[in-house]
Design a protein around this ligand. Structure first.
Ligand code: GRG
Length: 304
């Protein structure tokens, strides 16, 4: 965490934003309980309401705000759709056929509570539900039909074969092999970076931002996404189960990470480099908003 007054300012800001995201996820949970059988809605709600950092939806709302959007619960609903995709990915990533994890966000993983079969199905239900939640939110504050469709398409593109799922696929295929640096960067860019970057672009698009601002947000998101994943690799290699709320497992699964390729020191230097590139892109965004800068610092300073 950042220290001093700025650090505590950011903590206060993040806590308030997390609370608004939480309210949207709660609205989603109430809706999904009415739409789906309890066997699948229960694991969905358990997963979605877990204690995550909510970084992606917070970034979406921040990009919306710096693009001149007027805040309302509806933008938090749009932002929450990204968190829903993230939640499904965690549910499936923890399954025995992938990471086989017992612990996530400081408590038992969904399949340890509800069983593998229900969680597999719940995750599959959650994917289209996230798109519907985005479309429902957009309907409330955007009248431009093509723009609404473009935003939902962005979300699905980031979640799909050229983004998160494609990256996870490459990650699974490469377990036990040693990737070349460019291959590893590509994998991280897809698996984690795409959704994080798209959170920002979606926020900008929802505020009808000019193309130049969208391009800058996207470039910022690109570097921030890489810095975030390298920090994730570093935490997995250097932190404890108690602190992370999950069992570090990259080494157990012989994963390709920045730490396995460059070592802790090398990976730390690269994370710093990516963060500086993110800050550089941010300086090209002509807005006076300290929070994006502080959040960029937080991505590397975080302890979990
Ligand atoms: C079947 C090929 C295939 C894919 C299914 C499982 C899956 C889709 C994708 C997994 C993608 C994945 C696990 C990406 C890692 C993202 C990551 C760094 C997670 C940790 O994010 P944080 O730190 O977590 O934001 P919290 O808990 O704070 O939300």
């Amino acid at each position: 965490m950042l220290t001093g007054r700025i650090g505590s300012d950011l903590e206060g800001f993040l806590a308030a934003e997390k609370n608004k995201v939480h309210n949207s996820l709660f609205r989603f949970s109430e809706w999904i309980k009415k739409e789906l059988p309890a066997r699948v809605s229960r694991p969905i709600c358990y997963s979605v309401m877990g204690e995550g950092k909510r970084l992606r939806p917070i970034l979406c709302v921040m990009a919306y705000r710096v693009s001149g959007g007027r805040l309302s619960p509806d933008i938090y609903d749009l932002a929450a759709s990204v968190e829903l995709i993230h939640s499904y990915s965690l549910m499936h990533d923890d399954l025995p056929c992938m990471d086989d994890a017992d612990l996530r966000r400081g408590r038992a993983t969904p399949h340890r509570v509800y069983g593998e079969e229900d969680v597999l199905q719940a995750g599959a239900f959650l994917i289209p539900a996230a798109s519907l939640w985005a479309a429902r939110a957009l309907k409330k504050f955007l009248s431009n039909g093509p723009l609404k469709r473009k935003i939902v398409r962005k979300l699905n593109t980031a979640a799909g074969a050229c983004g998160m799922v494609g990256g996870q696929y490459l990650d699974l295929l490469s377990e036990g092999e040693i990737l070349a640096p460019k291959q590893l960067e590509n994998l991280h860019r897809m698996k984690t970076g795409a959704l994080l970057k798209t959170s920002l672009t979606m926020g900008g698009m929802a505020a009808n931002a000019e193309q130049e601002l969208l391009d800058n947000l996207e470039e910022f998101g690109h570097w921030l996404g890489l810095a975030f994943q390298i920090k994730d690799d570093l935490l997995d290699a250097t932190s404890s189960t108690e602190n992370l709320g999950k069992i570090p497992s990259d080494k157990i699964h012989s994963k390709n990470t920045y730490v396995s390729l460059y070592g802790v020191e090398g990976a730390s230097m690269m994370a710093e480099e990516m963060k500086n590139k993110a800050l550089d892109s941010l300086s090209r965004i002509d807005v006076d908003d300290k929070w994006l800068t502080l959040l960029t610092e937080y991505v590397l300073d975080r302890k979990k």
